[in-house]
Design a protein around this ligand. Structure first.
Ligand code: NDP
Length: 283
Protein backbone atom coordinates (compact mmCIF):
# COMPACT_ATOMS: atom_id res chain seq x y z
CA UNK A 1 0.00 0.00 0.00
CA UNK A 2 1.45 3.40 -0.91
CA UNK A 3 2.48 5.74 1.91
CA UNK A 4 0.21 8.22 3.56
CA UNK A 5 1.33 11.63 2.32
CA UNK A 6 1.67 14.11 5.17
CA UNK A 7 0.36 17.44 3.90
CA UNK A 8 2.58 20.16 5.40
CA UNK A 9 0.80 22.91 3.53
CA UNK A 10 -2.56 22.06 5.08
CA UNK A 11 -1.07 21.62 8.56
CA UNK A 12 0.77 24.95 8.26
CA UNK A 13 -2.51 26.61 7.32
CA UNK A 14 -4.21 25.18 10.41
CA UNK A 15 -1.28 26.33 12.61
CA UNK A 16 -1.67 29.80 11.14
CA UNK A 17 -5.44 29.76 11.69
CA UNK A 18 -4.82 29.03 15.38
CA UNK A 19 -2.24 31.82 15.46
CA UNK A 20 -4.73 34.33 14.04
CA UNK A 21 -6.84 33.86 17.18
CA UNK A 22 -3.78 34.52 19.37
CA UNK A 23 -2.90 37.57 17.25
CA UNK A 24 -6.45 38.87 17.74
CA UNK A 25 -6.18 38.34 21.51
CA UNK A 26 -2.92 40.29 21.53
CA UNK A 27 -4.48 43.06 19.43
CA UNK A 28 -7.19 43.40 22.07
CA UNK A 29 -4.39 44.13 24.54
CA UNK A 30 -2.76 46.66 22.20
CA UNK A 31 0.07 44.44 20.92
CA UNK A 32 0.73 43.47 17.30
CA UNK A 33 3.47 40.84 17.00
CA UNK A 34 6.32 42.07 14.82
CA UNK A 35 9.09 40.18 13.04
CA UNK A 36 12.23 41.79 11.62
CA UNK A 37 14.33 39.89 9.08
CA UNK A 38 17.92 40.84 8.33
CA UNK A 39 18.82 40.03 4.74
CA UNK A 40 22.52 40.50 4.04
CA UNK A 41 23.89 40.00 0.53
CA UNK A 42 22.07 38.97 -2.61
CA UNK A 43 21.62 35.18 -2.36
CA UNK A 44 18.52 34.54 -4.52
CA UNK A 45 17.29 31.61 -2.39
CA UNK A 46 17.57 33.73 0.79
CA UNK A 47 15.55 36.45 -0.90
CA UNK A 48 12.78 33.95 -1.73
CA UNK A 49 12.75 32.58 1.83
CA UNK A 50 12.51 36.06 3.34
CA UNK A 51 9.72 36.99 0.93
CA UNK A 52 7.78 33.87 1.95
CA UNK A 53 8.20 34.77 5.63
CA UNK A 54 6.95 38.32 5.03
CA UNK A 55 3.92 37.00 3.14
CA UNK A 56 3.15 34.55 5.91
CA UNK A 57 3.33 37.39 8.46
CA UNK A 58 0.95 39.53 6.39
CA UNK A 59 -1.45 36.63 5.98
CA UNK A 60 -1.48 35.91 9.72
CA UNK A 61 -1.77 39.51 10.93
CA UNK A 62 1.80 40.05 12.11
CA UNK A 63 3.82 43.16 11.41
CA UNK A 64 7.02 42.39 9.47
CA UNK A 65 9.95 44.34 8.14
CA UNK A 66 13.00 43.42 6.09
CA UNK A 67 16.35 45.08 6.74
CA UNK A 68 18.47 44.68 3.63
CA UNK A 69 22.23 45.03 3.55
CA UNK A 70 23.73 44.86 0.07
CA UNK A 71 27.34 43.69 -0.13
CA UNK A 72 29.84 44.72 1.04
CA UNK A 73 28.41 44.59 4.57
CA UNK A 74 30.38 44.56 7.80
CA UNK A 75 29.66 42.66 10.99
CA UNK A 76 29.53 46.02 12.81
CA UNK A 77 26.66 47.24 10.62
CA UNK A 78 24.65 44.11 11.31
CA UNK A 79 25.33 44.22 15.05
CA UNK A 80 24.28 47.87 15.20
CA UNK A 81 20.98 47.15 13.44
CA UNK A 82 20.30 44.13 15.63
CA UNK A 83 20.89 46.26 18.74
CA UNK A 84 18.30 48.76 17.44
CA UNK A 85 15.78 45.99 16.76
CA UNK A 86 16.42 44.47 20.19
CA UNK A 87 15.38 47.81 21.69
CA UNK A 88 12.37 48.36 19.39
CA UNK A 89 9.11 47.59 21.23
CA UNK A 90 7.26 46.99 17.92
CA UNK A 91 9.58 44.09 17.14
CA UNK A 92 9.18 40.79 19.03
CA UNK A 93 11.22 38.50 16.79
CA UNK A 94 14.52 39.17 15.02
CA UNK A 95 15.95 36.75 12.49
CA UNK A 96 19.12 36.78 10.45
CA UNK A 97 18.64 34.96 7.16
CA UNK A 98 21.46 32.44 6.67
CA UNK A 99 23.88 31.92 5.06
CA UNK A 100 25.63 35.26 5.61
CA UNK A 101 27.84 36.43 2.76
CA UNK A 102 31.62 36.46 2.72
CA UNK A 103 33.59 36.07 5.90
CA UNK A 104 30.83 37.15 8.28
CA UNK A 105 30.70 34.97 11.41
CA UNK A 106 27.10 33.77 11.74
CA UNK A 107 27.51 32.68 15.37
CA UNK A 108 28.74 36.12 16.44
CA UNK A 109 25.91 37.84 14.58
CA UNK A 110 23.28 35.45 15.99
CA UNK A 111 24.67 36.00 19.49
CA UNK A 112 23.75 39.69 19.22
CA UNK A 113 20.00 38.92 19.04
CA UNK A 114 18.25 39.37 22.38
CA UNK A 115 17.37 35.82 23.52
CA UNK A 116 13.79 37.02 24.22
CA UNK A 117 13.48 37.91 20.49
CA UNK A 118 15.21 34.82 19.06
CA UNK A 119 12.41 33.82 16.67
CA UNK A 120 14.62 31.39 14.72
CA UNK A 121 15.88 29.68 17.88
CA UNK A 122 19.50 29.71 16.67
CA UNK A 123 20.92 31.72 19.60
CA UNK A 124 23.17 29.71 21.92
CA UNK A 125 20.71 30.41 24.76
CA UNK A 126 17.84 28.82 22.81
CA UNK A 127 19.94 25.85 21.69
CA UNK A 128 21.24 25.41 25.25
CA UNK A 129 17.68 25.39 26.57
CA UNK A 130 16.86 22.66 24.05
CA UNK A 131 19.82 20.54 25.19
CA UNK A 132 18.86 21.00 28.84
CA UNK A 133 15.16 20.36 28.19
CA UNK A 134 14.16 23.85 29.34
CA UNK A 135 11.37 25.76 27.56
CA UNK A 136 12.61 28.15 24.88
CA UNK A 137 12.45 29.01 21.20
CA UNK A 138 12.86 25.85 19.11
CA UNK A 139 14.26 26.25 15.56
CA UNK A 140 11.42 26.27 13.02
CA UNK A 141 12.43 23.38 10.78
CA UNK A 142 12.89 20.71 13.46
CA UNK A 143 9.83 22.05 15.30
CA UNK A 144 7.93 21.66 12.03
CA UNK A 145 9.22 18.10 11.62
CA UNK A 146 7.92 17.22 15.09
CA UNK A 147 4.53 18.83 14.39
CA UNK A 148 4.21 16.80 11.17
CA UNK A 149 5.05 13.56 13.01
CA UNK A 150 2.57 14.33 15.76
CA UNK A 151 -0.15 15.33 13.32
CA UNK A 152 0.27 12.07 11.37
CA UNK A 153 0.19 10.05 14.59
CA UNK A 154 3.59 8.45 13.98
CA UNK A 155 4.68 6.50 17.08
CA UNK A 156 8.02 7.79 18.41
CA UNK A 157 8.64 6.34 21.88
CA UNK A 158 11.04 3.42 21.68
CA UNK A 159 11.31 3.69 17.88
CA UNK A 160 14.54 4.16 15.96
CA UNK A 161 14.84 7.61 14.39
CA UNK A 162 17.66 8.11 11.89
CA UNK A 163 18.54 11.65 10.87
CA UNK A 164 20.76 12.23 7.85
CA UNK A 165 22.48 15.60 8.32
CA UNK A 166 24.03 17.13 11.44
CA UNK A 167 23.60 20.88 10.98
CA UNK A 168 22.90 23.11 13.96
CA UNK A 169 19.70 24.40 12.40
CA UNK A 170 18.13 21.07 11.39
CA UNK A 171 19.85 17.77 12.16
CA UNK A 172 21.10 18.31 15.70
CA UNK A 173 17.97 20.02 17.10
CA UNK A 174 15.77 17.43 15.37
CA UNK A 175 17.77 14.72 17.16
CA UNK A 176 17.23 16.41 20.54
CA UNK A 177 13.49 16.78 19.95
CA UNK A 178 13.15 13.14 18.94
CA UNK A 179 15.12 12.12 22.05
CA UNK A 180 12.70 14.15 24.16
CA UNK A 181 9.94 11.96 22.71
CA UNK A 182 11.86 8.82 23.75
CA UNK A 183 12.98 7.76 20.28
CA UNK A 184 16.36 6.07 19.95
CA UNK A 185 18.28 8.43 17.70
CA UNK A 186 21.10 7.96 15.21
CA UNK A 187 22.61 10.90 13.36
CA UNK A 188 24.36 10.25 10.03
CA UNK A 189 26.55 12.61 8.01
CA UNK A 190 28.94 12.69 5.09
CA UNK A 191 31.49 10.47 6.88
CA UNK A 192 28.98 7.74 7.77
CA UNK A 193 30.07 4.53 6.03
CA UNK A 194 27.28 2.48 4.44
CA UNK A 195 24.52 5.03 4.96
CA UNK A 196 21.91 2.67 3.51
CA UNK A 197 22.62 0.03 6.17
CA UNK A 198 21.76 2.61 8.86
CA UNK A 199 18.76 4.20 7.16
CA UNK A 200 17.21 0.76 6.56
CA UNK A 201 16.94 0.39 10.35
CA UNK A 202 14.92 3.59 10.69
CA UNK A 203 11.30 3.63 11.82
CA UNK A 204 11.51 7.38 11.31
CA UNK A 205 13.92 8.68 8.68
CA UNK A 206 14.64 12.41 8.47
CA UNK A 207 16.65 13.52 5.42
CA UNK A 208 18.30 16.94 5.84
CA UNK A 209 21.23 16.94 3.46
CA UNK A 210 20.63 19.02 0.34
CA UNK A 211 21.15 16.33 -2.31
CA UNK A 212 18.31 15.42 -4.63
CA UNK A 213 17.31 11.73 -4.53
CA UNK A 214 19.98 10.82 -1.98
CA UNK A 215 17.42 8.58 -0.25
CA UNK A 216 16.33 5.82 -2.59
CA UNK A 217 13.70 3.12 -2.09
CA UNK A 218 16.37 0.56 -1.19
CA UNK A 219 17.41 2.68 1.79
CA UNK A 220 13.98 2.67 3.43
CA UNK A 221 12.45 0.08 5.75
CA UNK A 222 8.92 -0.89 4.66
CA UNK A 223 6.35 1.10 6.64
CA UNK A 224 8.82 3.71 7.88
CA UNK A 225 7.96 7.39 8.18
CA UNK A 226 10.13 9.46 5.82
CA UNK A 227 10.43 13.19 6.45
CA UNK A 228 12.13 15.07 3.64
CA UNK A 229 13.69 18.37 4.77
CA UNK A 230 15.88 18.88 1.68
CA UNK A 231 15.29 21.68 -0.78
CA UNK A 232 17.12 21.26 -4.08
CA UNK A 233 16.50 23.26 -7.21
CA UNK A 234 16.87 21.18 -10.39
CA UNK A 235 18.21 22.39 -13.72
CA UNK A 236 14.55 22.78 -14.78
CA UNK A 237 14.03 25.22 -11.87
CA UNK A 238 11.74 22.77 -10.05
CA UNK A 239 12.14 22.05 -6.34
CA UNK A 240 12.98 18.55 -5.18
CA UNK A 241 13.73 17.08 -1.78
CA UNK A 242 16.46 14.68 -0.70
CA UNK A 243 14.18 11.67 -1.15
CA UNK A 244 13.25 9.88 -4.36
CA UNK A 245 9.59 10.57 -3.62
CA UNK A 246 7.96 8.50 -6.37
CA UNK A 247 9.87 5.32 -5.51
CA UNK A 248 9.96 5.73 -1.72
CA UNK A 249 6.22 6.42 -1.40
CA UNK A 250 5.59 2.84 -2.57
CA UNK A 251 7.52 1.49 0.43
CA UNK A 252 7.17 3.99 3.28
CA UNK A 253 4.23 4.15 5.69
CA UNK A 254 4.22 7.94 5.66
CA UNK A 255 6.12 10.49 3.57
CA UNK A 256 6.30 14.27 3.23
CA UNK A 257 6.39 15.83 -0.25
CA UNK A 258 8.67 18.62 -1.49
CA UNK A 259 7.32 21.21 -1.96
CA UNK A 260 4.39 21.15 0.48
CA UNK A 261 5.94 19.24 3.38
CA UNK A 262 8.47 20.61 5.84
CA UNK A 263 8.93 24.00 4.10
CA UNK A 264 5.54 25.55 4.95
CA UNK A 265 5.83 24.21 8.50
CA UNK A 266 9.20 25.92 8.97
CA UNK A 267 7.60 29.27 8.23
CA UNK A 268 4.55 28.54 10.39
CA UNK A 269 6.77 27.66 13.38
CA UNK A 270 8.72 30.90 12.92
CA UNK A 271 5.43 32.75 13.30
CA UNK A 272 4.57 30.64 16.36
CA UNK A 273 7.85 31.74 17.96
CA UNK A 274 7.20 35.39 17.11
CA UNK A 275 3.69 35.33 18.57
CA UNK A 276 5.01 33.53 21.66
CA UNK A 277 7.68 36.23 22.06
CA UNK A 278 4.98 38.92 21.83
CA UNK A 279 2.83 37.11 24.41
CA UNK A 280 5.80 36.88 26.75
CA UNK A 281 6.17 40.67 26.75
CA UNK A 282 2.77 40.78 28.48
CA UNK A 283 3.90 38.30 31.12
P1 NDP B 1 24.03 21.70 5.79
O1 NDP B 1 24.74 21.80 4.49
O2 NDP B 1 24.37 22.58 6.91
O3 NDP B 1 24.15 20.19 6.32
C1 NDP B 1 24.04 19.11 5.45
C2 NDP B 1 24.34 17.84 6.20
O4 NDP B 1 24.27 16.75 5.29
C3 NDP B 1 25.77 17.81 6.80
O5 NDP B 1 25.71 17.31 8.12
C4 NDP B 1 26.52 16.85 5.88
O6 NDP B 1 27.52 16.10 6.54
C5 NDP B 1 25.41 15.92 5.45
N1 NDP B 1 25.74 15.26 4.20
C6 NDP B 1 26.21 15.80 3.06
N2 NDP B 1 26.38 14.85 2.12
C7 NDP B 1 26.01 13.68 2.68
C8 NDP B 1 25.97 12.36 2.22
N3 NDP B 1 26.32 12.02 0.98
N4 NDP B 1 25.55 11.40 3.06
C9 NDP B 1 25.17 11.71 4.32
N5 NDP B 1 25.17 12.96 4.81
C10 NDP B 1 25.59 13.94 4.00
O7 NDP B 1 22.49 21.81 5.42
P2 NDP B 1 21.19 22.24 6.28
O8 NDP B 1 21.03 21.35 7.45
O9 NDP B 1 21.19 23.69 6.47
O10 NDP B 1 20.07 21.89 5.22
C11 NDP B 1 19.88 20.60 4.72
C12 NDP B 1 18.85 20.64 3.60
O11 NDP B 1 17.61 21.07 4.15
C13 NDP B 1 19.16 21.61 2.47
O12 NDP B 1 18.65 21.10 1.27
C14 NDP B 1 18.40 22.85 2.85
O13 NDP B 1 18.05 23.64 1.74
C15 NDP B 1 17.18 22.24 3.46
N6 NDP B 1 16.48 23.07 4.42
C16 NDP B 1 15.15 23.09 4.33
C17 NDP B 1 14.40 23.83 5.18
C18 NDP B 1 12.92 23.78 5.05
O14 NDP B 1 12.24 24.65 5.55
N7 NDP B 1 12.37 22.75 4.40
C19 NDP B 1 15.02 24.67 6.20
C20 NDP B 1 16.44 24.51 6.31
C21 NDP B 1 17.14 23.74 5.42
P3 NDP B 1 28.85 16.78 7.16
O15 NDP B 1 28.40 17.45 8.42
O16 NDP B 1 29.74 15.62 7.39
O17 NDP B 1 29.34 17.75 6.13
Amino acid sequence: MPAQIIDGKALAESVRAALRARVAALAARGVRPGLAAILAGADPASRVYVRNKVRACEDTGLHSEVHEFPEPVSEGELLQRIAKLNADPRIHGVLVQLPLPGELDANRVLAAIAPAKDADGFHAESLGALVQGRPGFVPGTPAGVMALLEHAGVPLAGRHAVIVGRSTIVGKPAALLLLQKDATVTICHSKTPDLAAVTRQADILVAAVGRAKLVTAGMVKPGACVIDVGINRGADGKLAGDVDFEAVKEIAGWITPVPGGVGPMTVAMLLVNTVKAAEQTLG
